[in-house]
Design a protein. Sequence first.
Length: 138
Amino acid sequence: MKAIDTNVLVRFLVRDDEKQSELVYKLFKRAQSVKKELFVPLIVVLETIWVLGSVYEIPREKIIDSVKSLLGLPVLKFEARSAILGFVSSAQKTKTDLSDLLIGHSAKFSGCESVLNFDKRASGFGLFQLLDEESGRP
């Protein structure tokens, strides 16, 4: 099995480089025709979310829809798929930062109780817990 990097997913979704986009399309078709999957590391999903929002300024809802559509492609095998599914579900119901949501669901998938942080907004979402700056305790 081969893995794909962020730039491959971004070319597929944004199609801002015709030649590279066509190569990705052919890669996916070829893998599908021989019934092979391409592995998508969780960090690639996180980076894709960041690139789509920060570099391409794609609206939140379209980013969520893009991740959802990628999950529907049988040629892609996602690391921590259930964490990504949880992320999509939460992202549709809350305004919490998308990267934070994916981090939280990844931690939950890995068996963690919560993610300790200093972000008061993120700590309002159930997967996060504010680290008290004075005591150093959650």
